[in-house]
Design a protein around this ligand. Structure first.
Ligand SMILES: CC(C)(COP(=O)(O)OP(=O)(O)OC[C@H]1O[C@@H](n2cnc3c(N)ncnc32)[C@H](O)[C@@H]1OP(=O)(O)O)[C@@H](O)C(=O)NCCC(=O)NCCS
Length: 161
């Protein structure tokens, strides 16, 4: 029903429009966006989902970040068009991209989001990881793609060089 393809530069503004539709106004004021400023997203992990008519139904992006001295992936934004929400597309985009991240050699993924949603994909609160303020620490979540990948990883999340 949906075709998933890597996001291309031609998709960029369409994905931005989807995010504008799905998130509250002012989303770019969030501290997670400062971690994305002037850093390219991760090629091959940013994916768009289109319906049979070619209409954009969902999108997910990833950026590289550093936590203490360790590399991590920052998942997000991820969004599904309201007309397609609740049909499993968000979960599919997340699980598919986590598989590809693992295959690409990434060890750990973090995000700022709702634990009740992301816990079903294995995300747990990262109590030793600090997002730039203002961020509710309860929303700082991570999943290990390799066993123990978050063990001993702590500190402030900063932009990848
Ligand atoms: C969050 C989002 C990407 C999920 O995509 P989706 O395709 O609707 O999700 P799925 O169909 O895979 O899963 C739906 C389930 O997730 C639940 N869910 C969705 N958002 C949730 C949230 N914020 N908190 C808790 N549960 C949530 C739904 O209630 C539903 O539960 P059910 O399986 O028990 O019925 C989509 O709802 C969306 O774009 N929301 C607006 C943007 C957003 O909040 N993005 C995430 C930022 S943290």
């Amino acid at each position: 029903m949906f075709e998933l393809t890597p996001e291309t530069p031609e998709d960029w503004w369409e994905v931005e429009a989807l995010y504008d539709l799905c998130f509250a106004p002012g989303r770019e004021a969030l501290s997670s966006y400062r971690l994305r400023d002037d850093v390219p997203p991760v090629d091959g992990l940013c994916v768009v989902a289109r319906d049979e008519g070619g209409i954009l139904a969902g999108a997910i992006r990833f950026w590289p970040v550093r936590v203490g001295g360790a590399e991590a992936l920052l998942l997000g934004p991820v969004a599904v068009h309201p007309t397609y929400q609740g049909e499993g597309l968000g979960g599919y985009l997340i699980l598919d991209s986590l598989d590809r991240a693992r295959d690409g050699g990434w060890a750990r993924v973090m995000l700022v989001g709702d634990a009740p949603y992301y816990s079903r994909f294995g995300f747990r609160r990262l109590t030793d990881v600090e997002m730039p303020p203002p961020t509710n620490p309860e929303r700082v979540l991570g999943v290990a793609l390799k066993a123990g990948a978050w063990d001993g990883v702590s500190g402030l999340v900063t932009r990848a060089a």
